[in-house]
Design a protein around this ligand. Structure first.
Ligand SMILES: Cc1cc2nc3c(=O)[nH]c(=O)nc-3n(C[C@H](O)[C@H](O)[C@H](O)COP(=O)(O)OP(=O)(O)OC[C@H]3O[C@@H](n4cnc5c(N)ncnc54)[C@H](O)[C@@H]3O)c2cc1C
Length: 358
């Protein structure tokens, strides 16, 4: 078995920030590796622009090999199938085993899919992005009406990005559209969706998929052959099976130092972790990077750890598929091309900052 001092599992937003810091400032001592299923990782904020045809795929990705070279970190390509927290080991899908004295998880989350019976429905989850894009390209070759599950920011952005590319898009929301966001933002989003002829079905939780039918409260609500999942985050199943202490939804419980409650030699950040006051978004994952980098360096050097304090996120920026964006901040909302240029700038800067040449 291959043993490392530190194994970074998943090329999520926080691990990219850690590698960048170590490349530009100082890398801690020891044998360190990054494990990722793919040689690139995606900036999720740019996916709607990619689908709308505004960005080429290469502009939305960070190449991992140069970043790892610059940080003097080994890049291992592979997909975790199982983790044993007690043995500090991962089993990869291809049968390899990797062990490490310290582990850090930044593996994101999946999409929730209602129980499905019968064969009539093709279901495509928005994550992992690489698999989603492959499936989406196949669907694009033969456009058909489709439904999207998920009335949060990702569902709205996706609906606006693909409206016009398929004959009909219907967006299903379990509650109101953009629940928890300012009323003005919701009204603006509804206006854009109406303009792009997206049908919005609010307060319509889809409980199951029966053949080619979406069923809500035992009533068939839509018949379609294609369903896109942009539902809330679902924890990857192997986390709860790893022996780590997890919350009721299967996300890894962490302390403010970002260490697992149950296994102090394991850190978890971003969407796969559970910490009060932290939302599942790119912005939170990115802001955990400085503390994670400091704490991983500290454990390798035997130094004291820092605490991460979540910021109060109030800003939402939603791409409208036409180069513009909607902004929600506290109770205030706005929209237009200016905000779209701002969002593009933030997302492009993220990719550029991490596209180091090693
Ligand atoms: C369409 C869409 C648009 C979005 N837009 C925004 C936005 O504008 N702003 C925002 O803040 N949030 C946005 N989000 C939410 C955002 O995608 C997530 O909250 C964010 O990506 C979480 O980052 P992360 O670092 O936890 O994980 P991720 O960025 O999801 O990265 C996880 C990494 O782990 C790897 N991985 C997964 N499974 C394994 C495994 N078994 N073994 C090894 N590696 C694995 C993946 O390949 C990936 O590299 C959007 C989401 C979607 C779906």
């Amino acid at each position: 078995m291959n043993h490392h001092d530190l194994l970074l599992i998943g090329a999520g937003h926080a691990h990219l920030g850690v590698l960048r810091r170590w490349a530009l400032i100082e890398r801690p001592p020891g044998r360190i590796a990054l494990l990722s299923p793919d040689p690139q990782t995606w900036c999720s904020g740019m996916l709607p622009g990619l689908l709308a045809g505004r960005f080429p795929a290469a502009d939305c990705q960070v190449e991992l090999a140069p970043l790892c070279r610059a940080a003097k970190v080994e890049l291992i390509q592979g997909n975790v199938q199982a983790l044993s927290a007690a043995e500090q080991q991962v089993l990869l899908e291809d049968g390899r085993r990797l062990g490490a004295s310290w582990l850090s998880l930044n593996v994101g989350a999946g999409s929730v899919c209602p129980p499905q019976s019968g064969e009539g429905m093709q279901v495509l989850a928005v994550k992992p992005f690489a698999t989603f894009l492959q499936g989406w390209r196949a669907w694009q070759a033969d456009p058909q009406p489709l439904a999207i599950l998920g009335g949060g920011p990702a569902g709205v952005e996706l609906a606006l990005a693909i409206a016009g590319q398929v004959p009909q898009v219907t967006l299903f929301c379990a509650g109101p559209l953009l629940d928890g966001h300012p009323a003005g933002l919701r009204m603006r989003a509804l206006g854009h969706l109406r303009q792009r002829r997206v049908q919005v079905r609010e307060h319509c939780p889809v409980d199951r998929i029966d053949g080619d039918c979406l069923v809500s409260a035992d009533e068939p609500v839509w018949r379609t052959a294609r369903l896109l999942l942009a539902t809330g985050s679902q924890a990857l199943p192997w986390l709860a099976e790893s022996g780590l202490s997890c919350d009721s939804e299967g996300f890894v419980l962490v302390a403010p130092t970002l260490q697992s409650h149950s296994h102090g030699h394991l850190f978890a950040v971003g969407d796969c972790a559970s910490l009060p006051g932290v939302q599942r978004s790119m912005a939170y994952a990115q802001r955990q990077a400085p503390v994670l980098a400091a704490n991983l360096s500290a454990v390798l050097r035997g130094a004291p750890l820092r605490s991460y304090r979540p910021h109060r996120q109030r800003l939402a920026l939603l791409a409208t598929g036409d180069g513009g964006a909607l902004l929600g901040w506290r109770d205030w909302s706005a929209g237009g091309q200016f905000y779209g240029r701002w969002k593009d700038y933030l997302d492009r800067s993220f990719v550029q900052r991490h596209s180091l040449s090693g």
